[in-house]
Ligand binder design. Structure first.
Ligand SMILES: Cc1cc2nc3c(=O)[nH]c(=O)nc-3n(C[C@H](O)[C@H](O)[C@H](O)COP(=O)(O)O)c2cc1C
Length: 155
């Protein structure tokens, strides 16, 4: 399957999980491209007034994984903006990958998955599921591995 991992990552956490997922999917025989959501210029911490660089084209992919951090108990405003502007996701399968700094999913992660799901469905996607990585030191590698396994099983 042709998989696109479209990821916004300000400090590299979400991108590092995306890279691990990409390795696993490639090892399973899929064609995987990681497509970062980029900004024009620097972003001040948490700033919402960002200019997006040209967005990845979802067209070539059978399945998309959308990756994003939580910000202020919500989906990152950058990802929201990008999903508002990205091309049609009509009939594309989508998986959600969320990372968050707090240890519990109800401190923003669950809401971010719901927001991402709604935005993708509004573009015509079929959202098959998602995973949240709580970015706290204890057992982080295991939790990243669990999220990667969960998403890979949905591909
Ligand atoms: C401005 C800002 C707001 C944040 N708000 C939250 C939050 O409400 N809940 C949470 O769990 N983590 C929050 N975080 C932590 C990030 O979600 C977490 O560090 C994430 O893994 C960062 O991903 P990235 O390295 O891919 O950008 C926030 C981080 C930033 C910079």
């Amino acid at each position: 399957m042709k998989v696109g991992i479209v990821v916004y990552s300000q400090t590299g956490n979400t991108l590092s999980v995306a890279a691990k997922l990409g390795e696993k999917l490639r090892a399973a025989g899929h064609s995987v491209t990681i497509e970062p959501i980029k900004l024009v210029g620097e972003r001040r911490r948490g700033a919402r007034d960002v200019a997006l660089a040209p967005l990845p084209n979802p067209g070539p992919y059978d399945l998309l994984v959308i990756g994003s951090p939580v910000e202020a108990f919500s989906l990152s405003s950058v990802t929201m903006k990008a999903l508002g502007q990205i091309g049609s996701l009509e009939k594309k399968s989508v998986l959600c990958l969320i990372t968050q700094g707090f240890p519990l999913p109800w401190l923003g992660g669950n809401r971010a998955v719901r927001q991402m799901t709604r935005l993708c469905e509004a573009k015509g996607a079929v959202v098959r599921g998602g995973a949240i990585v709580n970015w706290v030191k204890k057992s982080l590698d295991r939790r990243i591995g669990d999220a990667v396994d969960k998403l890979a099983a949905l591909v």
